[in-house]
Design a protein around this ligand. Structure first.
Ligand code: PLP
Length: 442
């Protein structure tokens, strides 16, 4: 009988040999004709929708939900997009959170990405109909932002910019670097290992806390590819310390490459400790390496700026082809450089009184929440010592998992047994979502 029912396409419950109430579970094709699920299948593809329906039917069979709720349950379980990555509200108070994808793109950059996502003139001159330099307008925007740079190039990320530089300028030769600048950038990745993977040898000079110009000068020789200065962007060394400045290293007869990390193109009074590309080139660096998705607030990218002949060598190296950025990155980068201020810039400058007012308004709707002082930070992207006075909603720590499971997920930070939600990096339009998500858990 079960086989017969299955072959006639009757209820899945019958096919599964269910009892009476299970027969009422709607058939898969009937559920899939729900207009919301039809639209979802168009958006996400049929497979995830079918999987969600099957999972909801399973739950109904197990008695976990009512048979009539299968379509609703399946629909609720579907993601907003087919992209796999979900939008998360960053209430951590960490502006550039590596685990949350560092910088949030501006609306201008998002629009640019959407516009570039189909066929686009990334390598075509529409006037002449001929091939054009890939990403020329984004490169022009970067060059315009740092006029002191003789030329610019963009690769996949800061690490790729270092690999390209080391490969093109020092493979089989030496990179002179201070022992105080042999840093780990996160997730176990260490710059020395990255540089050595190119076939360059590291010539370590000085000590962890002190390195002088004389240390570098003594190491320079025929095997030198370049001197590397690395900005310690995620830690500080205090006390009996000294380091040679870029300006002191330019007279040694070899190129000076400066990895400034953060991606500031010009000085920012809010971040006096952060090096910027303009000042570093002014000090005499031949090449500056920086990231696109840290303080610059753009897409993941590695920026290379400096001496025109050196940049051309990098651009022409075969490895450059393997590290090139795609059209979406170029579009987002250009919009970040030329467009309005970025969410990163805004988050760093959020008026603390306005933030307090906003946090109070949200808290007033949530009996479980208090308003407390908080300290926000830049994050892995730079300025390790900068503390931004801030305010946060304080909730019992037990809310953390429920909020991470909310739609959209909300990521806060746990401090002294409380869950803090700092709204600095949360778009104001999302306050309502926070109120709803917290209320649903109360
Ligand atoms: C972040 C950082 C890097 C790595 O850049 P990615 O864009 O993450 O690849 C390298 N050097 C320094 C000093 C950094 O801060």
């Amino acid at each position: 009988m079960q086989d017969a029912a299955a072959s006639r396409g009757e209820t899945d419950a019958a096919a599964a040999g269910g009892g009476d109430f299970r027969r009422h579970i709607p058939r898969t094709d009937a559920i899939l004709s729900d207009p919301r699920l039809v639209a979802a299948a168009r958006r996400l593809g049929p497979a995830p929708v079918k999987a969600a329906v099957r999972a909801a039917q399973e739950r109904a069979r197990a008695g976990g939900i009512a048979p009539a709720a299968v379509a609703d349950t399946a629909f609720a379980a579907l993601p907003a997009t087919a992209g796999g990555l979900r939008q998360v509200l960053n209430a951590t108070g960490v502006v550039l959170h590596t685990n949350l994808g560092r910088a949030a793109l501006s609306a201008a950059a998002v629009d640019a990405v959407v516009a570039a996502s189909g066929h686009t003139d990334v390598e075509l001159d529409l006037e002449t109909g001929r091939r054009a330099r890939r990403g020329r307008t984004a490169l022009a925007a970067l060059a315009a932002a740092v006029p002191r740079a003789g030329a610019v190039h963009v690769v996949n990320n800061g690490a790729a910019a270092l690999v390209l530089t080391a490969t093109a300028l020092a493979a089989g030769r030496e990179i002179i670097v201070s022992r105080g600048e042999m840093v780990e950038i996160g997730d176990g990745f260490r710059l020395p290992a990255l540089l050595e993977s190119t076939g360059a040898r590291l010539r370590e000079v000085g000590t962890t806390n002190r390195t002088s110009v004389a240390d570098y000068a003594a190491a320079v020789g025929p095997a030198t590819g370049f001197i590397l200065k690395v900005h310690p962007s995620n830690f500080v060394v205090r006390g009996f310390t000294s380091a040679a400045e870029v300006a002191e290293l330019t007279g040694l007869g070899v190129p000076v490459v400066a990895d400034i990390g953060s991606g500031l193109l010009a000085s920012d009074p809010l971040l006096p400790g952060e090096p910027d590309a303009d000042a570093t080139l002014r000090a005499g660096a031949d090449l500056v390496v920086a990231s696109g998705d840290k303080l610059l607030g753009g897409p993941q990218a590695g920026l290379l700026l400096g001496d025109a002949a050196l940049v051309e060598r990098l651009r022409r190296h075969p490895l450059a082809r393997a590290l090139r950025v795609d059209k979406l990155t170029l579009a987002a980068l250009q919009a970040t450089l030329a467009g309005p201020v970025t969410p990163t810039w805004q988050a760093l400058r959020y008026d603390v009184d306005a933030l307090r007012e906003r946090t109070r308004r949200v808290a007033a709707r949530l009996p479980v929440a208090e308003v407390v002082r908080s300290v926000a930070v830049v994050g892995g992207g730079g300025a390790p010592e900068l503390e931004l006075a801030s305010w946060a909603l304080s909730l019992p720590e037990s809310y953390a998992l429920g909020l991470r499971r909310a739609e959209p997920p909300i990521a806060g930070r746990v401090e002294h047994g409380r869950l803090l939600l700092d709204l600095r990096c949360v778009p104001p339009a999302a306050d309502e979502l926070i109120v709803r998500a917290v209320s649903a858990l109360t």
